[in-house]
Design a protein around this ligand. Sequence first.
Ligand SMILES: Cc1cc2nc3c(=O)[nH]c(=O)nc-3n(C[C@H](O)[C@H](O)[C@H](O)COP(=O)(O)OP(=O)(O)OC[C@H]3O[C@@H](n4cnc5c(N)ncnc54)[C@H](O)[C@@H]3O)c2cc1C
Ligand code: FES
Length: 321
Amino acid sequence: MTYITDAKVVSHRRVAAGCRRLVLAAPDIAQAVKPGQFLHVRCDGGTRAGHPRGAPTSVGRIGLGWVGSADPLLRRPLSVHDADRERGTVTILYRVVGRGTGLLAEKRTGERVNVLGPLGRGFEPPGHPRQSGHPCQPGHPRQWVGHRRVAIVGGGLGVVPLFFLARELSVGVPPGIQPANAGTPGHSGVPRRAVAVFQGARTAAELDVVDFSILPVDLFTATDDGSRGHAGSVVELFLDTVCHEPVDWVSAAGPPGMLRALAGALETLGLSGEFSLEERMGCGIGACVCCSCRIGTPERWEYRRVCADGPVFPAREVVWE
Ligand SMILES: Cc1cc2nc3c(=O)[nH]c(=O)nc-3n(C[C@H](O)[C@H](O)[C@H](O)COP(=O)(O)OP(=O)(O)OC[C@H]3O[C@@H](n4cnc5c(N)ncnc54)[C@H](O)[C@@H]3O)c2cc1C
Ligand code: FES
């Protein structure tokens, strides 16, 4: 189910230069959302002027109409960074880059933001409760029933949706658990966890925008300037590490150059995975086709819509320009 709602701002704060974390009260979306899905956010001031529309309403009943300011006209796609199903909140984390995100940055606690979501197809690593038919009811913590060690690889702000994925996959996993098919302990001698996160950024300050260290995951970091972790690309770090500590599946998001390099690494290693892609969006619901990307093989591909068919696609099916 997709909802359109005027969500109240619960908190909105700066987390780093040019980046902000926005927590919204949106109980229906918080219950329904899966890691990798996104919200289509109205950034104009329409609700601030006292627009009367209130309760969450399904898209089917209300349509996509909007009364109030229509500048900018188009909604902005922003990934769900986290969701608290009990409190009924969703969190987004974004960089202020242009008019839309600039206006969004002005929203204060108590004001409302009109959001449409959850949209798109999210991450589906094998062994996750969603695929195994585990009865994970809304409001109940999900339990790990998988038998795989999942690598989560992110670059820059691509890590935003990966935090939600890492939290959902690692919750309920006792520290030091060995995934059934993950082989021997890591070369450090410490038992590996079921989720390994590889986080890359330009600088240590950029790494701090998303703090994976609060999750029960194995964390590997890389910075371009060498200010923390491996000096160089996160894909190099991933390749070096998985030679010693194998993984079974890769979920990734980040800049196209990083994903392209990672696709090559996965092919070399014979590993499967999934990538979250970004394209400029108009409608966000599959109607305008302006977010098309090429999916298939270099010889035989077809256009697919990132907003409705993605944003997450099988890694080996992405055809790079
Ligand atoms: C599925 C998805 C998830 C995203 N998640 C995040 C996130 O979690 N955090 C974050 O900081 N950014 C995210 N982005 C990028 C974000 O949507 C853009 O930075 C934002 O739309 C820029 O809007 P603007 O008005 O400030 O900038 P402008 O440059 O003024 O935007 C002009 C137009 O271009 C579109 N646009 C610009 N950049 C992008 C982009 N990279 N992708 C898609 N459309 C774009 C806008 O929607 C708008 O229609 C995501 C993009 C997609 C497609
Ligand atoms: S944004 Fe309209 S089809 Fe994807």
